[in-house]
Design a protein around this ligand. Structure first.
Ligand SMILES: [Zn+2]
Length: 276
């Protein structure tokens, strides 16, 4: 397995050399909105296949994050996992071998889904992230507020997650932090279509997915998990260092549609965070 091999490589996360740059082109996503699973997991989560009625979970109360691991045997890693996400990013180690992400995103039509846990955008096929010579197809992107990852002890107003999967089912997620400021023009194209109830809305909007990534290519990277049940591990994370701006009004519209949907930061344990 790809990620396990990396861990044995002995050179940090082992992605070194392979990440060449390209953040430019279009963008895309295909998504998945499963009603029972959630967000990062989308249809890609093997443990959910054949389990049509995953237990309900939420971000507060008796089925909130501190209880996820007890809600369903499939969610056990949420409480027993040692490589969970999100984390507070502190004390990253610079790795001179790391390179900009090889993102090759296309434009896509936008379908916006409120899956009860997040606002997610499903898009057309064709966007790819190349990591260590492997192609990871962009499946979907979705949003959290406040941010799930913290940096130096502080959360951000929002965070978007771009979920990628290779042919063997390995997952790579790019996280983009957002601070409150000016209106985000890329979000503005489809933000008004956000469903207030659990459903999907087709739009006539087309966007360049790369417009939702910062131009500055610097990032933090570490090995973590899905941030929603079943909290599966062996997820490779790239959290971009430069936040995008989002207006207070845009954050409020998101919270009105879905409410706060951030899992608390998890113990880092013995993991190394590397930075480019
Ligand atoms: Zn997410």
């Amino acid at each position: 397995m790809f990620f396990k091999r990396n861990r044995r490589s002995g050179s940090g996360l082992g992605f070194g050399v392979l990440l060449s740059c390209v953040v430019s082109a279009g963008a895309v996503l295909a998504g998945c909105s499963k009603q029972t699973g959630g967000t990062e997991s989308q249809s890609a989560e093997p443990s959910e296949k054949g389990h049509a009625m995953s237990s309900h979970w939420s971000y507060q109360g008796h089925d909130g994050p501190s209880h996820w691991g007890d809600l369903d045997p499939l969610y056990e890693l949420c409480k027993t996992g040692a490589r969970q996400s999100p984390i507070d990013i502190i004390g990253a180690a610079r790795n001179a071998a790391l390179r900009p992400l090889a993102v090759d995103y296309r434009s896509t039509s936008v379908k916006v889904t409120n899956n009860g846990h997040a606002i997610q955008v499903d898009c057309d096929e064709g966007s790819v992230l190349h990591v260590e010579g492997r192609d990871f197809a962009l499946l979907q992107f979705h949003f959290h507020s406040p941010s799930e990852h913290w940096v130096d002890g502080k959360p951000f107003a929002m965070e978007s997650h771009f979920v990628h999967q290779d042919a063997d089912g390995n997952l790579v997620v790019i996280g983009v932090l957002m601070v409150e400021g000016r209106e985000n023009p890329a979000l503005a194209k489809f933000w008004d279509y956000m469903p207030m109830l659990e459903r999907s809305v087709d739009t006539d909007v087309t966007i360049q997915v790369s417009d939702l990534l910062p131009k500055e290519p610097r990032y933090h990277t570490y090995e973590g998990s899905l941030t929603t049940p079943p909290c599966s591990e062996d997820v490779l994370w790239f959290v971009m260092k430069t936040p995008l701006e989002v207006s207070k009004k845009q954050v409020e519209a998101f919270l009105a549609a879905i409410g706060e949907n951030a899992r608390p930061v998890q113990p880092r344990n013995d993991r190394v965070i590397e930075e480019y």
